[in-house]
Design a protein around this ligand. Structure first.
Ligand SMILES: Cc1cc2nc3c(=O)[nH]c(=O)nc-3n(C[C@H](O)[C@H](O)[C@H](O)COP(=O)(O)O)c2cc1C
Length: 215
């Protein structure tokens, strides 16, 4: 099946939205997902939280020298209104651009060190990746010379991941950060899931919590 570009509904942050203390209190790692489909709007909201553009023209998480080096890839398997496939999230345009058709959740989950069984049941996976060599070159003048930039990229992946956790908590959804995976096996997947020249930084499983299934 040939995938097409998917325009996402625009997020309109409300001044009253959320109560940060409550969301921080409710944030949990979820590994027990219900089989219920996610909505496309859920994926849109979590993608925006991770790497969306803000009204100030920045992104939703901070970035050293405002380089914004992260790419968010959506591996969708059980999302209503979204053909099964892998997509690159374009935060500037708030669209999902096709990468590969087919359900790649199982193949991606198999690259984890211990989390295949339950992670492959998440309706969708979010993957954060970035170009470490380019970041190292950009910050080569900062000690430790040639390695500072990649630290910033890893830190930024942590910011984006927490954004997903908090947005999921607000939506009553479950999310979990899985950073224990075999980088080389993830990069080597066929079809390619990790963007060319980039390094995988984090996987997040997202879905409905089995202990809180909506009516
Ligand atoms: C850097 C990092 C890596 C993690 N990697 C994994 C992982 O590979 N597999 C997993 O199931 N959970 C992973 N987690 C989630 C933690 O296990 C989870 O945060 C911890 O159990 C505390 O639970 P809580 O998030 O509900 O507070 C990771 C969390 C962090 C911050």
């Amino acid at each position: 099946m040939t995938l097409r570009e998917i325009p996402l509904q625009h997020v309109r942050p409300a001044a009253h939205a959320g109560n940060l203390d409550a969301l921080l209190d409710q944030r949990r790692s979820t590994r027990d997902f219900s089989p219920q489909s996610l909505k496309l709007s859920h994926v849109a909201d979590l993608a925006w939280a991770a790497q969306g553009s803000t009204t100030a023209g920045t992104r939703t998480c901070p970035s050293a020298h405002a380089r914004y080096p992260l790419t968010l890839t959506v591996v969708a398997g059980n999302v209503a209104d979204l053909p099964t496939g892998t997509y690159a999230y374009d935060g500037e345009r708030h669209v999902l651009a096709p990468v590969a058709s087919g359900d790649h959740r199982d193949a991606v989950a198999r690259t984890t060190l211990a989390d295949h069984d339950w992670l492959s049941r998440a309706p969708a996976l979010l993957m954060l990746s970035g170009d470490l060599a380019s970041a190292n070159a950009s910050f080569a003048e900062q000690p430790p010379h040639g390695r500072r930039g990649e630290r910033y990229v890893w830190l930024e992946a942590g910011h984006a991941s927490q954004n997903v956790y908090l947005r999921a908590a607000e939506a009553g959804l479950g999310a979990v950060l899985v950073a224990g995976f075999d980088d080389d096996r993830l990069i080597a997947l066929n079809p390619t899931i990790v963007p060319s020249g980039q390094h995988p930084l984090a996987l997040l499983g997202i879905g409905h919590r089995a202990d809180r299934v909506p009516a």
